[in-house]
Ligand binder design. Structure first.
Ligand code: UDP
Length: 329
C-alpha cells in the first residue's frame, strides 16, 4: 500500500517507515524537519519537506503518489512547554491535523492512523490502564491529542473516515542495527538522558521525585520498544478496510519500571556508573502509568518482541555508541 508518513523523519515515524518497507509497503515521507532529521530516512524513499497544514502541497502529494493511507506522527510533545505555550500546541497538534484530515477527505483518502498518547487519560484511577478508562488530560499536550481523537470519531461517523488511534506509553529504544534512534533537541526523555549521564556527556541524571508511593519511591512507567509500536501501526491495516470504523488501542508492554530500575539497567548494559542526583518531583508527573494492551494483542495479533527492559536499552545503547552526537542532519 502507498502510505504517507507525516512526521516520518521523527523518532517513531522513522522507525515506522522502516517497518513499512520490511512489510512490503511503499512509504512516502512528509516532514518539515523542525524536529525530524533528514538522515533518519533513507535517500531512496520519496521525501517531501513541507508542512502538514498546507492543503495545496499535501493535496498534490496525495494525488501524485496515489496515497491510500496516512499515518500521522508529527506533533509537538513537550508537556511542560504545552502548559506555558498552549497556542503552539493547539496550532500544531490540533489545527494542523484538522487541515491534514480535510485535505485527505478533499482528495478521497479515507484511511488514517494517528499517534495518540496515554497522556489523554491524565491520572488514572486504576492500573493497568485499559482503553475504557475516563480520559481527563492534565495538560494541553494530552488535551490536543484527545481533541483530535474526538474529531476522528465525528469524521468517521459523518464522512466515512476509517481510523486507528494508538495511545502510546513510553516509546523507547532504537532500530536493532543501531542505524536510527532517538535524537530530540532538547532531550527530555529518561533513557537517552541516563545514557548521556553514563558516558559523561551530562554531569548526572536527576531523579524527579523519590517519595512517590511506589516500591522504590520513584515513578513507574511502561517502556515499549519503538519497533514494537511501529508494527502495531501496520497490523491495524486490515481493520481500516471498513469505511467509517474507528478504533483505539493502548500500546505498552504492561510492565512497570521505575526510574531507578532504568538507571540500574543502563549501568548493567553499558558497564558504566551513572551519577545520580535526587531532585524534587516534576510537576504533572503521575506516580504510575502502565498499559493493559490486551486489546491490541487480541484484535490485531500484536506481539511484543521486546519484553525485557535490558533488550530495549541494548538497542538504545547501540544507537548511541554509533551516533554519540545523534543524526548529522
Ligand atoms: N525522569 C527523571 N529525570 C529526568 C527525566 C525523566 O526522573 O531527567 C522521570 C520522569 O519523572 C518520569 C520518567 O522519568 O517519571 C519518564 O519520563 P520521560 O520524560 O522520559 O517520559 P514521560 O513519562 O514524562 O512521558
Amino acid at each position: 500500500m502507498n502510505v504517507l508518513v507525516v512526521g516520518g523523519a521523527g523518532y517513531i515515524g522513522s522507525h515506522c517507515v522502516r517497518q513499512l518497507e520490511a512489510a512490503g509497503h511503499r512509504p512516502v515521507v512528509l516532514d518539515n524537519l523542525v524536529f525530524g532529521h533528514r538522515s533518519a530516512v533513507s535517500a531512496e524513499i520519496p521525501f517531501y519537506d513541507c508542512d502538514l497544514g498546507d492543503p495545496e502541497a499535501v493535496g498534490k502529494i496525495l494525488r501524485e503518489e496515489s496515497i491510500e493511507l496516512v499515518m500521522h506522527f508529527a506533533a509537538f510533545a513537550y508537556v511542560g512547554e504545552s502548559v506555558t505555550e498552549p497556542r503552539k500546541y493547539y496550532e500544531n497538534n490540533f489545527v494542523a491535523t484538522l487541515r491534514l484530515l480535510e485535505t485527505m477527505l478533499d482528495n478521497g483518502v479515507k484511511k488514517f492512523v494517528f499517534s495518540s498518547t496515554c497522556a489523554t487519560y491524565g491520572e488514572p484511577d486504576t492500573l493497568p490502564m485499559v482503553e475504557t478508562l475516563p480520559q481527563a488530560p492534565i495538560n494541553p499536550y494530552g488535551q490536543t491529542k484527545l481533541d483530535v481523537e474526538n474529531c476522528l470519531k465525528a469524521f468517521a461517523h459523518a464522512y466515512g473516515l476509517s481510523f486507528a488511534a494508538f495511545r502510546y506509553f513510553n516509546a523507547a529504544g532504537a532500530a536493532e542495527d543501531g542505524s536510527i534512534g532517538e535524537d530530540h533537541n532538547p532531550e527530555t526523555h529518561l533513557i537517552p538522558l541516563v545514557i548521556d549521564a553514563a558516558t559523561g556527556r551530562r554531569e548526572h541524571i536527576k531523579i524527579f521525585g523519590t517519595d512517590y508511593d511506589t516500591p522504590d519511591g520513584t515513578c513507574l512507567r511502561d517502556y515499549v520498544h519503538v519497533d514494537d509500536l511501529s508494527r502495531a501501526h501496520i497490523a491495524v491495516f486490515d481493520k481500516l478496510n471498513e469505511p467509517g470504523t474507528g478504533c483505539f488501542y493502548n500500546l505498552g508492554t504492561g510492565k512497570p519500571n521505575s526510574v531507578r530500575e532504568i538507571i540500574d539497567a543502563v549501568e548493567a548494559v553499558t558497564g558504566l556508573k551513572v551519577p545520580v542526583v535526587e531532585d524534587e518531583r516534576r510537576a504533572g508527573d503521575p506516580p504510575a502509568l502502565y498499559a493493559d494492551s490486551s486489546k491490541a494483542q487480541q484484535e490485531l495479533g500484536w506481539k511484543i518482541r521486546y519484553t525485557e527492559l535490558k533488550d530495549i536499552i541494548e538497542t538504545a545503547w547501540r544507537w548511541h555508541k554509533a551516533h554519540p552526537d545523534g543524526f548529522d542532519d
